[in-house]
Design a binder for this molecule. Structure first.
Ligand code: FES
Length: 105
């Protein structure tokens, strides 16, 4: 489990990048928190810098749209899913369950 940020630091419609290997993007989609791999599955773009539309994020480089709930792209040019991670909110802090990856945030 790694610490992403405080809930107050991630208002609805915003995202944050958590550095590490891999880097993880955490989103607040209208009050629901989601975590996915930050690097697009198409090329080397940071999805935390993309545009959030409901439960979807649009890649800032070539506009592939990823479903934050599943990691699946819904349009080209991305064809592969990005990984999703469980998010836990406890005592006003957002944590991402990376399955044992070391925290570097
Ligand atoms: S790098 Fe994301 S769609 Fe191309």
């Amino acid at each position: 489990m790694i610490t992403a940020c405080a809930v107050d630091d991630l208002p609805p419609g915003e995202s944050v990048r958590v550095d590490g290997k891999p880097a993880i993007a955490v989103f607040n989609a209208d009050g629901e928190f989601y975590a996915i791999d930050d690097t697009c599955s198409h090329q080397d773009a940071s999805l935390s810098e993309g545009w959030l539309e409901g439960c979807f994020v649009e890649c800032p480089l070539h506009a592939a749209l990823f479903d934050l709930r599943t990691g699946m792209p819904t349009c080209l040019p991305a064809k592969k899913a990005v990984r999703t991670y469980p998010v836990v909110v406890r005592d006003g802090v957002i944590y991402v369950d990376t399955g044992g990856r070391e925290a570097v945030a």
